[in-house]
Design a protein around this ligand. Structure first.
Ligand SMILES: C[S@@+](CC[C@H](N)C(=O)[O-])C[C@H]1O[C@@H](n2cnc3c(N)ncnc32)[C@H](O)[C@@H]1O
Length: 280
C-alpha cells in the first residue's frame, strides 16, 4: 500500500468530495430517524497541511486554499469551509479534517459510524482517536467488505462513502461489485463513490456499467480542473451518487460552475452533472 492521503488532503478532489458529503449528511439529518454512516476507506482523522507530506505537493493550495479566504461562498461551500475552520480557529489554515472526522463532528446522539482503513498506521491512529466514543466503530479491514459485513443496518438509513485510492487496476471493478452488493442488501443505501478523472477509456466502461447495474438512482457529478485529456495526473474527479437526497442536485447546479471557475488550473475548468439511472 503506497498511497498516503496526507500528500493530497484538502486538494480539489477533497473539496468536491467533502463539500458534497457534508451536504448529504445534513440533508439526511433533516429527519430525526437515526442514520448510520459507513466510511470504508477512511484515511485518518486530521491532516497537517504544514507537515512534510502536504508541503511537498502543495496540493491543498489548489483546493481548500483557494476557498479559505474568499469573501463570499455559495452556501453549501460555506458550510464545508466552516467545518474545516473548526480546526483552525486562529484563521490560519493548518489542520484539515478527513472524511471520518467531518462526519464524527456531525453525529447526533442517535447516529452511528462504522469506519474501516487497511493501512495499519492510519487504522491505529483512528482507533486511538475514536477510543471511548461509543457511536464510532473503527475496523482495520478491507473496506470493500463493509456492505457484506454490515448491511442492512438496523437504523434502515445508511450513507456510505466509498473512497479508494485507485492505486490498483481492479479498484473500479471492486467498487462496482461492492455497490451492487450494498444495494441488493439494502436498496435505499445512499452511496457516494469517488473516482479520479484520468483514464478516459476506463471511465467510459465504468459509466456504461454503472448505468446498466440496475441501481435505483445514480447521479454523476464531475469537476475538472484541467482539460480531461491532459496527461499530468489528476485532471479532475467525480462522484457517483446512488440514491442522493433531494434537493442536492438542484443545489449543485450553482455550486459546480462556481467550483470549476475557482479551482481551474489551466484553461477553463469543467463540470457536469447528469443521471445515469432513475432520473427523478
Ligand atoms: C483516498 S484515501 C481516503 C481519504 C478519506 N476518505 C477522506 O476523504 O478524508 C484512501 C484510503 O484507503 C486506504 N485503503 C486502501 N485500500 C484499502 C482497502 N482495501 N480497504 C480499506 N482501506 C483501504 C488507504 O490507506 C487510504 O488511507
Amino acid at each position: 500500500m503506497n498511497y498516503r492521503h496526507s500528500f493530497h488532503a484538502g486538494n480539489h478532489a477533497d473539496v468536491l468530495k467533502h463539500a458534497v458529503l457534508l451536504r448529504m449528511v445534513t440533508l439526511m439529518q433533516g429527519k430525526e430517524t437515526p442514520l448510520c454512516y459507513l466510511d470504508s476507506h477512511a484515511g485518518t482523522a486530521l491532516y497537517d497541511l504544514q507537515g512534510d507530506d502536504a508541503e511537498r505537493t502543495g496540493e491543498y493550495l489548489g483546493g481548500i486554499g483557494r476557498l479559505w479566504e474568499q469573501a463570499e461562498l455559495p452556501e453549501l461551500l460555506g458550510a464545508y469551509r466552516d467545518a474545516v475552520a473548526l480546526y483552525n480557529t486562529d484563521g490560519q489554515l493548518r489542520l484539515y479534517p478527513g472524511s471520518p472526522q467531518l462526519i464524527a463532528d456531525r453525529l447526533r446522539e442517535q447516529d452511528r459510524m462504522i469506519v474501516s482503513e487497511l493501512h495499519p498506521a492510519d487504522a491505529a491512529i483512528l482507533k486511538e482517536h475514536y477510543a471511548g466514543e461509543p457511536r464510532i466503530a473503527v475496523h482495520h479491514r478491507d473496506g470493500y467488505e463493509l456492505p457484506k459485513a454490515f448491511l442492512p443496518v438496523p437504523e434502515k438509513r445508511a450513507l456510505w462513502l466509498l473512497d479508494p485510492p485507485f492505486e490498483k487496476s481492479d479498484d473500479l471493478e471492486r467498487c462496482m461489485s461492492a455497490v451492487q452488493i450494498a444495494v441488493q442488501r439494502m436498496r435505499q443505501t445512499v452511496i457516494a463513490l469517488w473516482y479520479p478523472i484520468k483514464d478516459q477509456r476506463l471511465l467510459q466502461d465504468f459509466y456504461r456499467r454503472m448505468a446498466d447495474a440496475g441501481l435505483p438512482k445514480v447521479l454523476r457529478i464531475e469537476l475538472n480542473v484541467r482539460p480531461a485529456d491532459t496527461s499530468l495526473g489528476l485532471n479532475g474527479s467525480g462522484l457517483m451518487l446512488v440514491n442522493p437526497p433531494w434537493p442536492l442536485w438542484q443545489e449543485l447546479e450553482q455550486v459546480l460552475p462556481w467550483l470549476a471557475g475557482e479551482l481551474a488550473v489551466s484553461g477553463p475548468g469543467g463540470w457536469r452533472m447528469d443521471w445515469l439511472a432513475g432520473e427523478p
